[in-house]
Design a protein around this ligand. Sequence first.
Ligand SMILES: Cc1ncc(COP(=O)(O)O)c(C=O)c1O
Length: 442
Amino acid sequence: MSSDKRYDMAGLSATTRLDPWLEQYAQRTRGLSSSAVRALFAVASRPEVVSLAGGMPFVSALPMDAIAETTARLIRERGNVALQYGSGQGDPALREQILEVLAPVGVESHPDDIIVTAGSQMALDLVVRVFCDPGDVVLVEAPTYITALSVFSSYQCEVIHVPMDEHGLEPHALRDTITRVRAQGKRVKLVYSIPSFQNPGGVTQPPQRRREILEVVTSENVLLLEDDPYGLLSFDGTVPRAIRADDSEAVIYLGTFSKTIAAGLRVGWAVAPHGVREKLVLANETAMLCPSNLTQMIITEYLSTSPWLDQVKVFRELYRERRDALIESLAMYMPAGTTWTVPTGGFYSWIDLPPGVDATAMLPRAVAARVAYVPGTGFFADGQGAHSLRLSYCYPEPDRIVEGVRRLGQVVSAEADMAELFGTTDALSSHRPPIAPTSDMA
Ligand SMILES: Cc1ncc(COP(=O)(O)O)c(C=O)c1O
C-alpha cells in the first residue's frame, strides 16, 4: 500500500506535513514533544563538548571481564532458562537477593512483595498506570526528575509542585497543598519524592524531615511513591534510611541496579503494599509479559559471586572525586550571584544563575562554547526554573569537569553582564515547549 493511499484512508486533509499521522495521536502523547533542547543534545554528544547534562553512570569502572564470563557461562550452562520467558513478577532468586540489597536502607520486606521491572522507570510507569486516571493530581518536588514528569503527563495527571528547601520536600507546604487541591474538588493520588541525593536538586532529606513527610502522607491518607536510585551512593558511606523502612503500607519504594551495577541491564524493582503488588504484577505482565530472565540471572550471579558492595564503594569514591572537582571549579569560575547545592551523594548539583540570566536562552551559546547542561525548566511541569540548571558530574573525568565548568563560567559571566545591561537574557526565547527527555539526559 502506498503511503498516499494510507493517508487517504486515515481521512486526513492533504498537507505537506512530514508526519501524516499527526492528528491521530492519543491525547496522552501531548507532553511528549521533541524540542530545540533535544536537538541541541545531539550536538552536545560530540566528543569536543563536555557534557554535564547526562546522568549516565560511569560503567567503565565495572569488572567487565567478570561480567562477560558470567554472561557467557549462564547462556552455555543454563541457556534454556536464561533465554526463555520467566515470571511476570520477576525471578524468585533475584527477589530474595533484593532483600539483601535493601538492608542498608532499612527496608524489610518479603520476596512476595517485590516486583522486578525493566529499570525503576518502568516501575514508576506501572504505579502511575494502576493508580491515576486523567485529571488525578500527583504532587512532586520542585524541581523533580524529568522523566517522571513525562510519565505523569502520559497518563494525563495534573502535576503540582511542592517547594523544597535545603532539606528537601517541605512537609508544611505538602500538607497545605493537599488541603488546597482537595478544596478544589480534585483527587490527590500520589506524592512522588526522591528523598536521597535528589535528581535534580542534589539535596537529601534528613531523618526528621522524612518522619514529618511520612506523618503528612499517613494522616492525609495519600500514597507516597519513594524513588531511591541513588541511596547507596552516599559519599561518606552513611546510607540514608528509606521512608518505606518506617511504614510498609503508606509507601511504595522504587529501587534499581542501574546506578550500582549496570543501567544497560535494565533491572529495577518496586516494593509495594501487598494488595498493590498484585495490581503491579498484572500491569507488568500487560506491559512486557515478564522482565528479562537473562539480565536478572546476570545480576543474581554478580550479587552472589562478586563483592558487589566493594564495587559500590568504588563508585562512591569515583563520584565523590567528581563532585569535588565540580564544586571546586564552580567556586573558581562562576560569577558572583551564582549559587549551587553541594550533594552528599548521587550525581547532580542544582545551579541558580545570577539575576536575569535565562538557562534555556543560554544553552545554544554554552554548546557553542563546548559545554552542555540541562536547563531548569525541564524539571518543572509549570514553567518554573528559567534561571536554574542541572549539572551532572557522574560521567566525565574530573579534569574534563573542571574544563567544562571553566567554559560554562565564561558563558554565564557574559550572560550576567548582558543581563545587567539589558535586564534579562530571555527576550528572544518566549516560546518554551516542554523538554522531552532523552535516555542520556536521565
Ligand atoms: C530519580 C530517578 N528515578 C528513576 C530513574 C530511572 O532509572 P532506571 O530506570 O535506570 O532504574 C532515574 C534515572 O536516572 C532517576 O534519576
